[in-house]
Write a protein that binds this ligand. Structure first.
Ligand code: ASP
Length: 575
């Protein structure tokens, strides 16, 4: 139906007869007999000059036949890629009329309430920004596929109706009709199947896989999300990082036109010590500073005997923070779990102004200033607590006070390696796995499994970009004796292991190769590379914060008959 796309017309097309199809983006009357009609398709808009008796309005679907010509002198529009040309002598065919849209199909819709955009998503997606986002995402997928295949990975599809698996997140359940009272789960990830594919000898598996987790939604989280999921046999950690890293850098290069220099690497311990978080944003400084030893002999009660004392310098912020803001910072620190927050301002003469300054010795304040590299005008924040609380609280304050929007500035990719094997304890006081219970411990820490399990590092790793976790993975345990030792730490005996994970671990008895893998969030990568703050913007049909699809109005009740077939009765929610 067309010879050209709207957005591609340029002065070199002048004199050409063209046929275009698209939507009317704008109409302006021009003199007595003519109208300018901007026609839009996914490539952009172009101005068409038409007889003003023709009834075309916004969002009418039209086919235009006309001749490209240079715009008259002085009327070019430098803000538009097609701004030097227009299409004249137009014949207009209305393919379909349209109701007036609920919001303008252009950048002005960015200001429209998001619920309205989601309700009319098919109109929202018609906009340039959203068309670009869809295409960024598609380019990432296709580049990832290319890269994985070049590296010898084989795409295998895994089921969406799966058993409930122990990966940590709450699952969506699907009732079975054949076996009322029994349920499938929707996969949190293809974890179980990809590991079994290694037992099956596939060697290198990948999939662009939909994963489902019934978790509270945030800017970087949806019920349904997409992962580049991969697993490899006969490899160590560096092989996995190498393969996934190459695919991610390829995808980034495809979208941005520039290959990121490298993916940095740091241990979890370093990330926590320096940034107070396991997904450090390396685009800005403000690193946490170790102060524990500087106050070893202090007389200041709040610091004396603290397991860890950490400091953070907020450059030049002293004058911005009045009493109220400082109180609010202290409240924030306390709500994050700290017992308190000490603040100090560096005055013009280099002396420290703070309610606690008089409790600190000259030597202590001297060390503080020197370690934090403090200069007049800086605001210094100090937390004394157990190590984890001290670093996490300051790490959060660092992000609160310094973190730029996720897509601002350079892209800083970093592998965080050597995560701890266990974090925290459950109600019975047993360690909880940090990744999942099939993660291989660090080879140097095997002895600690029985003596000091909380100190055991694992061969689990995350990929982080600009403070967002892009994905996680690990080398897996393939040795049953080691798996039993890890289960023992978790308080899972042989009978329970068999009951809960037998379907997964028994196949390993038939010869499981050493293997490891990774799951990388494509929505997150696409959002950052597209310059978006929220993954909803790179998902064609996302859910709202509360899990609703406003366009199709789901979830919604189903017929009683459907429930009966499934053997399900809905109990009214408690009053
Ligand atoms: N299944 C894991 C996840 O979704 C990734 C992996 O360990 O490969 O985080």
């Amino acid at each position: 139906m067309r010879t050209h796309l709207c957005g591609e017309l340029r002065p070199e097309h002048a004199g050409k007869s063209v046929e275009l199809c698209g939507w009317v983006a704008r109409r302006r009357e021009h003199g007595e007999h003519l109208a300018f009609v901007d026609v839009r398709d996914h490539t952009g808009v172009v101005q068409c000059v038409v007889d003003n008796t023709i009834d075309v309005r916004n969002e009418y679907v039209v086919r235009i036949t006309g001749v490209v010509r240079a715009r008259p002198d002085g009327t070019a529009n430098p803000n538009l890629p097609t701004g030097e040309v227009e299409v004249g002598e137009c014949k207009v065919e209305v393919l379909r009329s349209a109701d007036p849209p609920p919001f303008p199909i252009d950048a002005r819709a960015d200001e429209v309430e998001e619920g309205t955009r989601l309700q009319y998503r098919y109109l929202d997606l018609r906009r340039q920004r959203m068309q670009r986002n869809l295409r960024v995402r598609a380019a990432i997928n296709s580049s990832l596929r290319r890269s994985m295949e070049t590296q010898g990975f084989v795409e295998v599809e895994t089921p969406v109706l799966v058993p409930s698996t122990p990966e940590g997140a709450r699952e969506f359940l699907v009732p079975s009709r054949k076996e009322p009272g029994s349920f499938y789960a929707l996969p949190q990830s293809p974890q179980l199947f990809k590991q079994l594919l290694m037992v099956a000898g596939v060697d290198r598996y990948y999939q662009i896989a939909r994963c489902l987790r019934d978790e509270d939604m945030r800017a970087d989280r949806q019920y349904e999300f997409t992962q580049l999921d991969a697993e490899m046999s006969f490899v160590g950690q560096d092989d996995v990082l190498g393969a996934i890293g190459a695919a991610v850098l390829d995808a980034a290069e495809t979208v941005t036109g520039e290959r990121p220099l490298e993916i940095e690497r740091m241990t979890w311990q370093q990330a926590m010590d320096r940034y107070g978080v396991d997904k450090p944003d390396l685009r800005f400084g403000m690193e946490l500073v170790e102060l524990t030893d500087a106050f070893a002999a202090t007389e200041f009660k709040a610091f004396a005997g603290a397991a860890a004392i950490k400091g953070l310098r907020v450059p030049g912020a002293a004058s911005e923070y009045g009493r109220n803001q400082l109180d609010r910072l202290t409240d924030r620190a306390q709500s994050l779990g700290a017992k308190g927050l000490v603040w100090l301002k560096v005055a013009a003469d280099g002396l420290l102004e703070s309610p606690v300054a008089r409790f600190l010795s000259t030597e202590e304040t001297g060390t503080l200033v020197q370690r934090l590299d403090a200069a007049p005008g800086d605001l210094l924040l100090v937390v004394a607590d157990d190590w984890m609380t001290a670093v996490e609280v300051l790490g959060q304050l660092r992000n609160d006070l310094g973190q730029p929007p996720v897509h601002d500035g350079p892209y800083r990719y970093v592998w965080v390696v050597e995560f701890p094997m266990f974090v925290g304890v459950d109600e019975q006081g047993r360690p909880k796995p940090a990744h999942h219970p099939f993660t291989m411990p660090h080879p140097d820490d095997l002895e600690l499994l029985s003596t000091d399990p909380m100190a055991v590092r694992s061969q689990a790793y995350d990929l982080v970009l600009n403070g967002w976790e892009l994905g996680s993975g690990s080398i897996r345990i393939h040795d049953p004796a080691l798996q039993r030792r890890v289960f023992a730490v978790l308080g899972i005996d042989a009978a329970e292991a068999d009951r809960r994970f037998g379907f997964f671990l028994n196949p390993f008895e038939y010869g499981a190769p050493p293997h490891g893998g990774f799951g990388m969030g494509i929505d997150r990568l696409a959002a950052i590379l597209a310059g978006e703050e929220n993954i909803r913007e790179v998902i064609a049909f996302p859910k709202t914060q509360s899990g609703a699809d406003l366009m199709t109005r789901s979830p919604r009740p189903v017929d009683a008959a459907q429930l009966t077939t499934l053997g399900i009765r809905v109990v009214p929610p408690p009053a």
